[in-house]
Design a protein around this ligand. Sequence first.
Ligand SMILES: [Zn+2]
Length: 236
Amino acid sequence: MIGKILDFFYPKKCALCGRLLEQDSLRGQQLGLCGHCDLSPYRIPFDGGEQADASEEAVACFRYEDRIRRAITRLKYEGRKSLADYFAAWMLEDEKLREWMREFDLITAVPVSDKRFRARGYNQAELLGRHLADRLSVPYGELLIRPKNTPPLKGLDKNERKKVLDRAFDIHPEAESLLARRKEAFPEKDFLKILVVDDICTTGSTLEQCVNVLESCFPWVVVRSAAFASENEDFA
Ligand SMILES: [Zn+2]
């Protein structure tokens, strides 16, 4: 009832174009999308996440262009935190991807430095990871920190990015006890499966570094990575 009253005074708008959402479109209301905003042209088909070198390749859901690019700008730079839950809903609309993600024992996100966190007030990758975890009923936990504020990676090639990102990430002080508790919950498992989430994947270097740090510190975890959008089709 309160929801209905709120909808009357503050009708929901399309997260992408700002048109009022059709009240009778349940799918539209749930996804925050109007009938004009179709995301299927941008969707990268999910390949099962089982590629030969999965630890080095992120699963990406959308191509980073047009509407998707604008949506990320709003979430990341314009303070539209509420978009993160829609991002999660859009990712999980792909049933196969949803099933793949549900298999993880823990979801985490690419961290930002304290300096960047203070400047922005939030970490969009963390918001996305938390909403994905909520929707999938998988626990979310912080496993990584970013001790230094690395310079923007825009315009750098893969090798240059690697250099900048070298030792950019470290293990979160609570990670070991958090993972140990998760492991205790599944004594029959040899490995815990962890998913690292980011908003954009450009060359894959950032996610690759996160995967490497976690797998080298905790030999009993298997880490995979996923991004909302990718600039590079090769990572899909
Ligand atoms: Zn729209």
